[in-house]
Design a protein around this ligand. Structure first.
Ligand code: AMP
Length: 283
């Protein structure tokens, strides 16, 4: 695996690869890698790409500075894991490499209602930060394929919209990979490392609650079902931001289901200081 720290060097290296007709697949991450990340790397390799991954804890997407400061860093292990997974190139930029103008210039991406619902509502500015970093990374890497995880359902929609906004839809195909889970069902996440034993045991309730929604949904009014789901999480010690059911294609919140529309159930909740998110589709 070749490691680059400077964007100009990576850019030049990838230009040479592209001229030789080599197809590129990009997996951006914030490190503290787990099986979910590795499934994206494996997907990129299986599709025959030169696989480029990046590790960059993006300061502009943290609306909570304590969350940013406590974000896990496991760089040495990440490098070992990436090499073992067959990653070809690792990009490890500094903040000035990504933000040459500084981090305070706000994003200006028109994300429509994606910015005001669910994660957008509870994490103001978060998706502008995501767009800033992904825009810059895409400019540097110019991948043929971009691999992202369904675990961050709304982020997938934001990134697809970003790619249209910046006119890269002909250059870069977005590939969305299913959520990898621990044996008990908890979605793999870098933030799981911050859970103590007791919290880790209770954390699976977030997935179980989504399954409860999926198993019990019936056409018609959904308010009572959503309220029961919230109560389940609260009883397990979560402070709930939202438990919602939305249209799978638009993320419009659904309160009345016709029994046919494809849906996604999404939840975000804190276990003490750790905020977890998860989702499952309902077809
Ligand atoms: P992060 O390092 O959290 O920014 O995540 C980097 C990429 O990995 C994003 O595209 C995530 O959606 C994806 N990802 C995170 N967790 C999982 C998971 N459990 N399964 C599949 N993909 C994931």
């Amino acid at each position: 695996m070749i490691l680059f720290k400077r964007s100009v060097d990576l850019h030049n290296y990838l230009d040479i690869q592209r001229k030789q007709g080599i197809k590129t697949g990009f997996v951006p991450t914030m490190g503290a890698l787990h099986g979910g990340h590795i499934s994206l790397i494996s997907g990129a390799k299986k599709d025959g790409n030169l696989c480029i991954s990046s590790i960059f804890i993006n300061p502009t997407q943290f609306n909570d500075s304590a969350d940013f400061k406590k974000y896990p860093v496991t760089l040495e292990n990440d490098i070992v894991v990436l090499e073992a997974a067959g990653c070809d190139v690792l990009f490890l930029p500094s903040v000035p490499e990504i933000y040459p103008q500084g981090i305070n210039a706000p994003g200006h991406y028109d994300l429509g209602t994606l910015e005001t619902i669910l994660e957008g509502q509870y994490r103001p500015g978060h998706f502008q930060g995501v767009c800033m970093v992904v825009h810059r990374l895409l400019e540097i890497v110019k991948p043929d394929n971009l691999y992202i995880g369904q675990k961050d359902y709304q982020q997938c929609m934001v990134i697809k919209r970003l790619i249209r906004l910046i006119g890269l839809e002909k250059m870069t195909q977005v590939k969305i990979s299913p959520t990898l889970r621990e044996p008990d069902g908890l979605a793999m996440s870098s933030r799981n490392m911050r859970l103590n034993d007791e919290e880790r045991k209770n954390a699976v309730a977030i997935y179980q609650t989504l399954c409860f929604l999926k198993d019990n949904i019936e056409h018609g009014e959904l308010a009572e079902l959503k309220s029961k789901a919230k109560t389940r999480l609260t009883k397990k010690g979560f402070k709930v931001d939202y438990v919602e059911i939305a249209d799978a294609a638009t993320l419009k919140i659904i309160n009345q289901w016709d029994g046919k529309q494809n849906l996604v159930a999404l939840a975000a909740a804190f276990l003490n200081q750790v905020r977890l998110i998860d989702n499952i589709t309902i077809n």
